[in-house]
Design a protein around this ligand. Structure first.
Ligand code: UGB
Length: 464
């Protein structure tokens, strides 16, 4: 517009023609009017869009701040989707509402004198759920953290969450690698302890998705330790290592001073890395750290990726199962450990954990660093496990006995637990038949299966 005016004036060499000037002025004023109308229309469009955007954000904010959904949704894939969204939004929105903060505080507050205030990572997992309930029952404050990933059916995790909600335990939906979210939690609550159970579990899956192990068991753990070391007060940390760190060790029963430098799977290697990382954070920052080497934990609300669980499912559905034997046709065996015994071990470790000595990222003195076996001290072969299940379920299994593939599995585990016994009275009391009966009862009731679990078997005394 400016160009038109200037060039028109510059082109005129004769005396100014007033009628032309007036026309020009009229034209200019017309153009200005048109422009200002356009501007008004554009800005009201912009205003409308901005309002719409703000409304969507507010809607999201309130949706994410509402209390956890009851957990009876059976659609696994949906949960996978929710998980992605809330991870993305967790620190920006989920962790900033007043209602959300109130839930976090309420859940973490102990209800007994000198009660602990524990952040349980992996709270919607198998061991996490049981430990959270046990701690809450005795009056400790418990806040859960879980990313509800879809490694196995997330509807089972939602059902566990529902159980925890009934007991006033709140689970924050977020990822270990979300440092902002973790910091926020420590800003709100001065946790005395972390029970760190979130991990990428499973020995064989490590060949399919190796990076998920690095992401959760190494990066996630370091992220948690970074936040914990900067917290003031620093919490004491008890965390899940694994029997798999013994790898190819043939010295039995496995004792804490045996070698653990021959992992047979990437899973084992990441758990072993966790133990070394724990040493570093203890050494530099004075964090109190206790690693618990769990031996093949089983029981009600268990993990569907574990053999006892999917054997039960397949036996009941009449599907064949693969029973591994070693390359020289020997039976493969595990020191299967019942969940209630593991819970007692976790609580014992928490109760005897000394305080961290540092604060705000600075060490003030030497701190406690411990590692314990938590097993059953009584290995049982997989062949025997299957026969107990057949007996309990009253169904004959279709067994394919095959040589163990090269998948990271080790042939045998057996725990020596005298150290845990000495330090916090750990003493496993549930044999495999008793524990599997409890599992089978839960399984049939949870999945609504008519099959009646036998009240007693003759297996009780021949497990070992
Ligand atoms: O103690 C641990 O630290 C680990 O315990 C658990 O690993 P594992 O002891 O390997 O349990 P699990 O997979 O149930 O296999 C049981 C047995 O069945 C055999 N097995 C398995 C599959 C199959 O198809 N056939 C079979 O014979 C198999 O060879 C094995 O002998 C946890 O999953 C792991 O997260 C970790 O915590």
């Amino acid at each position: 517009m400016q160009y038109y005016t200037t060039s028109a004036m510059a082109a005129s060499s004769s005396p100014p023609d007033l009628s032309k000037t007036t026309k020009l002025e009229r034209y200019n004023s017309y153009i200005r009017r048109v422009n200002s109308t356009k501007l008004l229309a554009a800005s009201s469009k912009l205003l409308f869009r901005a309002t719409l955007f703000a409304a969507v954000i507010l809607l999201l904010f309130f949706t994410l701040n509402s209390p956890p959904l009851s957990a009876d949704n059976n659609s696994g894939s949906h949960h996978g989707h929710i998980h992605t969204t809330s991870n993305f939004l967790s620190s920006a929105f989920y962790g900033s509402g007043a209602a959300w903060e109130k839930q976090v505080r309420h859940s973490s507050t102990p209800r007994r004198p000198n009660g602990l205030s524990v952040l349980v990572t992996g709270a919607a997992g198998f061991v996490g759920t049981h430990c959270s309930l046990a701690l809450k029952k005795r009056g400790d404050g418990v806040l859960g953290l879980d990313n509800f990933n879809s490694y196995y059916d997330p509807s089972l995790k939602r059902a566990r969450q529902s159980l925890l909600t009934k007991h006033q335990i709140f689970i924050v939906e977020g990822d270990l690698n979300d440092a902002e979210l973790l910091k926020k939690l420590f800003d709100i609550v001065p946790f005395t302890h972390i029970l760190h159970l979130a991990a990428q579990a499973g020995v064989r899956y490590a060949m399919k998705n190796p990076l998920s192990y690095v992401n959760s068991n190494i990066a996630g753990f370091v992220n948690l330790l970074e936040v914990a070391k900067n917290a003031d007060p620093q919490p004491a940390i008890v965390w899940a290592s694994s029997s798999s760190v013994y790898g190819l060790n043939t010295n039995v029963p496995f004792s804490e001073e045996h070698r653990t430098d021959q992992p047979a799977s990437l899973y084992a290697a990441t758990k072993k890395a966790g133990e070394e990382i724990a040493h570093t954070y203890n050494h530099i920052y004075g964090l109190s750290l206790t690693g618990l080497r769990f031996f093949t934990v089983y029981g009600p609300w268990g993990r569907p990726d574990m053999a006892y669980f999917f054997f039960t499912k397949d036996i009941l559905q009449g599907k064949p199962i693969n029973v591994y034997v070693t390359q020289d046709d020997k039976e493969v065996a595990r020191d299967f450990t019942y969940i209630d015994d593991i819970v007692k071990g976790c609580v014992g470790a928490l109760d005897t954990a000394e305080k961290s000595t540092g604060s705000g990222g600075k060490k003030r003195g030497p701190a406690q660093l411990r590692v314990y076996n938590l097993g059953n001290t009584s290995p049982v072969s997989v062949v025997k496990l299957v026969s107990i299940l057949e007996n309990l379920l009253g169904v004959k299994a279709k067994k394919n006995v095959i040589k163990m593939p090269r998948n990271g599995d080790v042939p045998y585990t057996h725990a020596n637990v005298s150290l845990a016994y000495k330090d916090f009275g750990y003493k496993p009391t549930t044999d495999l038949s008793t524990g599997l009966r409890k599992f089978a009862k839960w399984y049939t009731s949870y999945y609504g299966i008519q099959s009646k679990v036998k009240e007693s078997t003759n297996e009780k005394n021949d497990d070992s």
